[in-house]
Design a protein around this ligand. Structure first.
Ligand code: ARG
Length: 283
């Protein structure tokens, strides 16, 4: 099994400088020293689990660059760079694209009129790409990406502004298991998930609002925001090991564990990561 590779960006210029989701409040601000401490704890935990953490340099004026889940979508060697919906994040894309190019990915750009926020909104579970839309990414962007890589995409409408990225309310753990917060989806979305994912574990409203669904998975280990006794029990009953950490400073920007990472070799739940030459570009 190849070593897990994760992209992270230190919170050197992180802060709450604008408001583009209901969690952000410029008047509250974040504590820089604590943010670094929480970010380092995540990095060290990932390394302790055997992952190689790759670094993107922080850039002044781009406080949300820490949320590398939004860099793009990785499929094999192909890196589909995000096109952010909101102006303040649009300057991030060139940095993500440069990093990917310098690290030997085939960088692919979406058509200019499509909004796409990468692995924040598009997550593989088994062979299928589950894709959140409405608040950030557009349905057409997901369809475009899925067509390029030849996978089936199932768009899920995100109906609660607080869960504005798919990774705030849904997290695949392995090709047939995921956690999700049902109220973040409409009836159709809930039925799609129930039909397609054999083991679907519910996250309650109390646990969802502390970003429990925003988890990082490495093997059977699930790193998530501390304070989730119910879900932790359910996960250990299903053979997963929960590692609780603290992410208070990032939750102030609407992000937690998962948002701070981009899995470069394919998420645990993505069936393609086990294939010999996934995503080899035909161009
Ligand atoms: N402040 C950032 C935004 O609103 C937070 C991004 C969190 N990332 C995520 N993948 N959910 O875009």
């Amino acid at each position: 099994m190849p070593q897990p590779r994760v992209l992270m960006c230190a919170p050197d210029f992180y802060g709450i400088e604008y408001e583009i989701n209901p969690w952000m409040d410029r008047r509250v601000g974040s504590d820089s020293a604590l943010a670094h401490q929480q970010w380092n704890a995540l990095r060290e935990t990932l390394e302790g689990l055997g992952a190689k953490v790759e670094r993107l340099d922080a850039v002044p004026g781009l406080p949300d660059l820490v949320f590398t889940a939004n860099a793009g979508l990785v499929f094999g060697n192909r890196f589909f760079v995000s096109r952010f919906k909101h102006g303040p994040r649009q300057g991030e894309s060139v940095h993500f694209a440069r990093w990917a190019r310098e690290h030997e990915f085939d960088v692919e750009l979406l058509p200019e009129n499509l909004e796409f926020e990468g692995a924040g909104d598009a997550l593989f579970c088994g062979e299928t790409l589950f894709a959140g839309y409405r608040t950030r990414s557009s349905v057409r962007s997901h369809q475009w990406v899925a067509e390029q890589v030849g996978v089936q995409v199932l768009p899920l409408e995100l109906v609660d502004e607080r869960f504005y990225h798919l990774d705030t309310c849904f997290c695949p753990l392995d090709p047939s298991t995921a956690i999700y917060h049902p109220a973040a989806f409409d009836d159709y979305g809930r039925s799609v998930l129930a039909d397609r994912i054999p083991r679907l574990i519910e996250v309650s409203a109390e646990e969802a609002v502390i970003f429990t669904c925003n988890a990082v998975v490495v093997g059977k280990a699930v790193i998530l925001n501390a304070g989730t006794p119910r879900l932790s029990r359910a996960l250990s009953d299903n053979g997963f090991q929960v590692i609780p950490l603290h992410f208070s400073e990032f939750i102030k920007a609407g992000g937690s564990a998962k948002c701070l990472t981009l899995r470069l070799d394919g998420e645990e739940a993505a069936a393609w990561r086990l294939r010999p030459d996934p995503g080899a570009s035909n161009s």
